[in-house]
Design a protein around this ligand. Structure first.
Ligand code: FAD
Ligand code: FES
Length: 274
């Protein structure tokens, strides 16, 4: 589906749901954008008239049809409160105005091979782009498995939602409060050493140290891995160069820099020159 033109629009909050432990689900209408946006593309979101001047980047979490109770034409964003911008978002009620730019960047693309075994690797709030992707895959009759890790049990938003829809969700927590104690790389190692290795296609989103570890393991195992990267962003549309990451066309090729907001946020693991 062709990506729609980037739009800069004001839209009211339809719902801003407190999911607990600092995680929120924000719903708003994105007319002309929602129907053609790709999972893992993102919005820059701000609040008109507030003293938080720069808009903040957020992946689209839900597109029309992703969540059963979502309003037609609406999209959802799953966010975690970190600082001023996300605290401000969490204070907004229904009807409050949002200033939104999107859709931005490159999204996830499903594997061409119908035999591919699709695995999501998510770290905490890095699960945000996966509901829309899972719903899209389901419409094509495809399924996914998930490895979902966080520091502790409270930092796994939408876990029950994923459990109800994925073939399998393997949970890890650093403190052992839920699932296996340890990092997502534990179950990943088992998968990469298992009988399905040749068919695996990994999609990973989470903190940079996690993405680097997942990318390294995927490359060592010769498994395709798409990363949804995070980077500090001031503009979101390619101008400020605040979001560049080192990349290369081949492992021995020269290092160049690409913008996470335009060439990313989804990039193949082998492209990264970390
Ligand atoms: C393409 C893209 C997509 C994103 N999608 C999502 C999403 O779907 N949901 C979501 O919750 N976040 C997402 N983020 C991260 C989100 O943009 C930041 O969490 C947000 O900008 C923080 O703004 P703030 O004003 O609340 O915090 P700031 O005031 O900017 O930062 C406050 C403190 O928190 C730290 N901090 C900020 N962000 C993070 C972070 N992500 N992880 C750890 N520490 C952090 C800062 O270093 C600082 O110390 C995405 C980022 C990118 C680049
Ligand atoms: S955020 Fe400005 S160039 Fe990427």
């Amino acid at each position: 589906m062709a990506s729609p033109m980037v739009q800069d629009f004001n839209t009211p909050v339809l719902r801003n749901v407190d999911l607990g432990r600092g995680n929120w689900l924000l719903e708003f209408e994105a007319p002309g954008v929602a129907d053609a946006m790709r999972p893992a593309q993102f919005f820059m979101i701000g609040v008109p008239g507030s003293d938080v001047l720069l808009r903040r980047p957020f992946s689209v979490c839900g597109l029309p049809g992703t969540f059963e109770d979502g309003r037609g034409g609406a999209v959802q964003v799953l966010y975690r409160v970190y600082g001023r911008g996300t605290r401000l978002l969490a204070s907004l009620g229904t009807g409050a105005a949002l200033h939104v730019l999107g859709p931005l960047g490159q999204g996830f693309v499903a594997p061409e091979s119908p035999d591919a075994k699709i695995v999501f690797v998510a770290g905490g709030i890095g699960s945000a782009p996966f509901p829309a992707f899972l719903a899209e895959l389901a419409r094509e009759g495809r399924r996914a498995t998930m490895i979902y890790g966080a520091r502790s049990a409270g930092e796994l938003p939408l876990l029950d939602w994923f459990r109800a829809r994925c073939d399998d969700v393997q949970v890890t927590t650093d403190d052992g409060s839920l699932g296996a104690k340890g990092l997502v790389t534990g179950p990943l190692d088992a998968m990469l050493g298992g009988p399905d290795r040749e068919r695996l296609h990994l999609y990973a989103c989470g903190p940079s140290p996690m993405l680097k570890a997942v990318a390294r393991k995927a490359l060592d195992a010769g498994v395709v891995c798409d990363l949804a990267l995070e980077a500090p962003m001031a503009c979101g549309f390619g101008v400020c160069l605040g979001c560049v990451v080192p990349t290369h066309a081949s492992p021995d090729g020269p290092v160049t820099y690409e913008r996470v907001c335009v060439e990313g946020p989804v990039m193949r693991a082998e492209r990264m020159a970390w």
